[in-house]
Write a protein that binds this ligand. Structure first.
Ligand code: KIV
Length: 288
């Protein structure tokens, strides 16, 4: 575990002194606790919750109540890392007032230290309003999963001069509006490198190459728990699915063969206490 708490200022120092920022998503107490104890800088309760944990097709169905429920579990585990919570689709698209109201819920009801929203220039007013309300904001640009229908799928963004220039404009608009960091997702590494050197705030990449100020991955992708073909940018750092599947098969076999539980795993009557069952309580097949 890190000795110090992660703050907006410490993230900025990491950018300035070149210490790469390590970030991961988490949605529950045990995984958030492991992330925090491992010295991860940022724990994001992402709306990837919908796909990683709740079994939805995409992130669009995730609700405020689901985000709050999981964020509270993560909050109980995280001590040193910065806890960031994602706005789910529909919780900030309608009005600036809704955006601030929902962000205040994240802070008050789940102890979130920062919020994250998707979109660039079009979200600058909201970022400004949240910043005025003293809520630190992470922007998220490039491939933004909540815009899957507009993008026509999960496609790499910024591949032409015009679209690359738009991603740059988005980055600058969010920084000017007060964002404390930006997630750059699914853009060419050259574009991510240019944006990273252009901005004074840190960039956290996912599918944006190695030149960002930090990297984030979805927990279930990191440990091969996502039950899908992972995107090209994912590296598996351990196969938890195999570990758990093997363990469950061993458990099933141990139960079937009655090698679990054994005598040491059983409670015993105290010496001298006998069991006298009346007929009504005796098991019909004589098994105990
Ligand atoms: O929801 C999420 O997990 C995210 C990360 C992929 C950055 O937004």
């Amino acid at each position: 575990m890190r000795a110090d708490k992660v703050t907006p200022q410490s993230l900025l120092s990491q950018k300035q002194n070149g210490t790469a920022i390590a970030a991961v998503t988490a949605y529950d107490y045990p995984t958030a606790r492991l992330a925090d104890e491992s010295g991860i800088d940022i724990v994001l309760v992402g709306d990837s919750l919908g796909m990683a944990v709740l079994g939805y097709e995409d992130t669009l169905s995730v609700t405020m109540e689901e985000m709050l429920h999981h964020a509270r579990a993560v909050r109980r585990a995280v001590q040193q890392a910065m806890l960031v919570v994602d706005f789910p689709y529909g919780s900030y698209q309608i009005s600036v007032e809704d955006t601030v109201r929902n962000a205040l819920r994240f802070v008050k009801e789940s102890g979130s230290q920062a919020v994250k929203l998707e979109g660039g220039v079009s979200q600058a007013t909201r970022v400004q309003a949240l910043t005025t309300a003293e809520i630190p904001v992470f922007g998220h640009i490039g491939l933004i999963p909540q815009s899957v229908h507009r993008m026509g799928g999960y496609r790499v963004q910024g591949l032409s001069e015009a679209t690359a220039a738009q991603v740059c404009k988005d980055a600058l608009a969010l920084q000017a509006a007060g964002a404390i960091a930006l997630v750059l997702e699914g853009i060419p590494r050259e574009l991510a490198a240019s944006i990273t050197s252009l901005l004074t705030i840190p960039t956290i990449g996912i599918g944006a190459g190695p030149d960002c100020d930090g990297q984030i991955l979805v927990f279930h992708d990191l440990f091969s728990l996502s039950f899908r073909q992972p995107p090209k940018f994912v590296r598996s750092f351990g196969n938890a699915a195999t570990l758990i599947r093997n363990g469950l098969e061993d458990f099933r076999e141990a139960v079937r063969t009655r090698s679990f539980p054994n005598d040491r795993e059983s409670y015993h009557m105290p010496a001298g206490v006998s069991i006298e069952l009346t007929g009504a309580h005796q098991p019909a097949n004589g098994k105990r």
